[in-house]
Ligand binder design. Structure first.
Ligand code: TXA
Ligand code: MG
Length: 321
């Protein structure tokens, strides 16, 4: 795989219908020209992503929503764009007829966001088109927050734009615009509290049935490491004997697990730092031959902690004891 920081070459690949993995402020994306249905189809094949799971379209200027969203565009879209773009907020709204069906999985809505990462913004601008990009991992697996995480999971990419580690570490917040306000479809880097200073945030149930999903990508199992991952809700409940497991806990609780290999996601307990390190540490643990199982302490579901806990629950879902 060709890797580097040549954004002009990356844009040339996109224009020619190629696939480019690139950094955003949340996670790395696997990008293609949103209006080239053949290139978009390659994304689904490369990720082994089911075609019922629609993609996010990335733009570099607010004006680009005119060709993506159906006119007239709800005023709340502009209010959110003004407040949070460029940045980690994805807006789902009625689509225009020019958006290819493969992008939206045939839905009547399309998801759009304007990333703040300078390399992502430059890539979209130089390509001259909106870029569709799911996270650059195999479907259902750990999200990539570094270029090496992309390399280890995907190989049929034309160029990997390396921008180091990402800033937030968890994906964008996905909101759907409704008549009365917005509904959070996926908690993410922008918190419900932040959103609610600009629009009404409607109550969203978190426990959806997999057969009846408001967002097709909201499966209960997702972001899964290759090794069993278990959640510790109360440290005292874990009866930990010596073994090959690793325990990911807060710095203060380290002392509770004397005989274990312990990792922490933050020195200070700062939840932003926990979010940044979550996928990176899970990647290290799944690659470490000395580790058989991973245990991770639950975090408080406040602010970005809600997104962190959403990822942890889904990552652990298929390993439930
Ligand atoms: O931070 C992010 O959002 C990253 C970076 C690369 O931008 N992208 C990302 O894409 O997380 P992906 O494909 O891994 O997740 C997109 C989510 C999925 O859950 C999908 O179902 C949902 O957005 N989605 C996309 N279009 C939708 C639509 N029209 N209606 C409802 N949900 C939609
Ligand atoms: Mg993803």
């Amino acid at each position: 795989m060709i890797k580097g920081n040549d954004v002009e070459y990356a844009a040339k690949c996109i224009k020619e219908g190629g696939l480019v993995a690139f950094p955003t402020e949340t996670v790395y994306g696997l990008g293609a020209d949103a209006f080239n249905a053949r290139a978009v189809a390659r994304i689904f094949a490369e990720k082994q992503r089911p075609e019922f799971d629609p993609l996010i379209v990335h733009i570099s200027s607010v004006r680009q929503i005119e060709e993506l969203f159906r006119q007239p565009v709800d005023e709340k879209v502009y209010r959110l764009a003004e407040a949070f773009w460029p940045g980690p907020l994805t807006i789902v709204y009625k689509r225009s007829d020019s958006v290819p069906d493969i992008v939206t999985s045939g839905l009547s809505t399309v998801a759009v966001r304007m990333p703040s990462h300078p390399l992502a913004a430059k890539l979209i601008e130089l390509s001259g088109k909106p870029i569709v990009a799911p996270s650059a991992n195999r479907f259902g697996k750990l999200s990539p927050t570094q270029a090496s995480h992309v390399e280890k999971q995907l190989d049929g990419i034309d160029y990997l734009l390396d921008g180091g580690s990402t800033e937030f570490g968890v994906e964008s917040t996905v909101v759907m615009i409704t008549q009365n306000g917005v509904r959070i479809l996926r908690p993410g880097a922008v918190t419900a509290e932040e959103l609610s200073t600009h629009v009404d945030v409607l109550d969203s149930e978190t426990d959806y049935d997999d057969r009846d999903l408001p967002s097709p990508g909201m499966l209960k199992s997702h972001y899964a490491p290759r090794k069993p991952l278990y959640i510790i809700n109360k440290p005292s409940e874990l009866n930990y004997d010596e073994g090959d497991g690793v325990i990911i806990v807060s710095e203060e609780e380290r002392g509770l697990y004397e005989n274990a290999i312990v990792r922490s996601l933050s020195k200070t307990g700062d939840i932003q730092e926990v979010a940044v390190n979550l996928f990176a540490v899970l990647h290290q643990m799944e690659d470490d031959d000395d580790v058989s199982d991973i245990y991770i302490e639950a975090v408080k579901e406040k602010g970005i902690g809600k997104a962190v806990m959403d990822r942890i629950k889904k990552a652990a879902y298929s390993y439930k004891k």
